[in-house]
Design a binder for this molecule. Structure first.
Ligand code: 13P
Length: 340
């Protein structure tokens, strides 16, 4: 298959008007934090067992079209002895992999961050592909501060995302492009909307300069919300209107799908906001979907508590969130459905 056909077939397998992406790609230190909250040891076996639980959820493929895995998961086996990426694909859930190597301070731009991992990326992608990954994810992180992101921060992070995306496409891997504007801080929703607009403008400029095929990427942005330190949240219709306004100004219609991160929104909040966005979908030339980590997994983690006897409860909790987000993609979610 030619590279372009390969990219197209992955997009077709991942993008539809009902399903979303499950982000289960927490790095080893991040999953350790999640496990600490449920008093579970962060051993390799516990990580394998937890991710096997998620991916073996019967019916998950009705609502989830792709799963982002962490490096080690590509080699791990489910409880049935089958490789975890194969278990995902048996339900038509496309396996993908996080390929960035975490973030640190951006020298010369106090307060801004930059992500590592471009060196050797092509070789790593080739090896991930042999293990079944068909797409990748790379996250750049933008804290909002009085002077951040700076112009240098905007340009340098956009450049990283574009270089990553171009390398992915050159080897037939669909890149998820994730510029995450953090919710941390006491900024208002207006400031958030200005920053996300600057970020996306810079990102699409860089993608263009690096000859990235926009038809073969998935954008994973933050929603426009007030900072978490503020005592009140914005209502879903305001989040949806402001998010869509920014996306319409910055994201070309050639992009097939926008899959939001949850970024610290609670599970129900993230579903409500997705629902409000999809109620405005006649203004959107792209699919408006999810690539949630915490907002899909939190209830499942709490139900599991690191115990084999809770596997069925954890799977039911995951399936419920996946199903409710699928209903939200039709703009038909309401909080009464939480009781079902
Ligand atoms: P959250 O939905 O928990 O923000 O995670 C998504 C993700 O993949 C962050 O990189």
């Amino acid at each position: 298959m030619s590279i372009i056909k390969e990219l197209q077939s992955t997009i077709e397998d991942m993008v539809d008007d009902k399903r979303g992406i499950l982000a289960a790609d927490e790095s080893t230190p991040t999953i350790a934090k999640r496990f600490e909250a449920i008093a579970t040891e962060p051993t390799e076996e516990n990580r394998r067992s937890y991710r096997s639980t998620l991916l073996s959820t019967e019916g998950l493929g009705d609502y989830i079209s792709g799963v982002i895995l962490f490096d080690e998961t590509l080699d791990q086996l489910g409880d049935n002895g089958i490789k975890l990426p194969e278990i995902a694909w048996s339900q038509r859930i496309v396996p993908g992999v996080k390929v960035d190597k975490g973030k640190g301070p951006l020298a010369g731009a106090p307060g801004d961050m930059i992500t590592y991992g471009l060196d050797g990326l092509e070789q790593r992608l080739t090896s991930y592909k042999e293990k079944g990954a068909r797409f990748a994810k790379w996250r750049e992180v933008y804290p909002i501060g009085t002077h951040n992101p700076s112009q240098l921060g905007l340009t340098a992070n956009a450049e990283m995302l574009a270089r990553y995306a171009a390398v992915c496409q050159s080897v037939g891997i669909v890149p998820i492009v994730e510029p995450e504007v953090l919710m941390d801080g006491g900024h208002d929703i207006h400031r958030c909307s200005i920053v996300i607009e600057q970020v996306l403008h810079a990102v699409f400029h860089a993608l263009h300069q690096h000859n990235v095929s926009l038809e073969h990427i998935i954008l994973k942005p933050s929603m426009v919300t007030p900072g978490k330190a503020l005592s009140s949240k914005a209502p879903p219709h305001e989040v949806a209107n402001k998010t869509l306004a920014v996306l319409r100004r910055t994201v070309p219609a050639a992009v097939p799908s926008i899959n939001f991160l949850s970024g610290g929104q609670g599970p129900e909040e993230a579903t409500e906001n997705l629902n409000a966005l999809n109620q405005l979908k006649d203004k959107a030339p792209w699919q408006l979907s999810i690539s949630y980590g915490r907002a899909l997994q939190q209830p499942a983690l709490k139900a599991w508590m690191g115990k084999n006897e809770n596997i069925a409860l954890a799977q039911a909790a995951l399936l419920k969130r996946a199903r409710l987000n699928s209903i939200a993609r039709a703009g038909e979610y309401n909080s009464e459905l939480e009781k079902s």
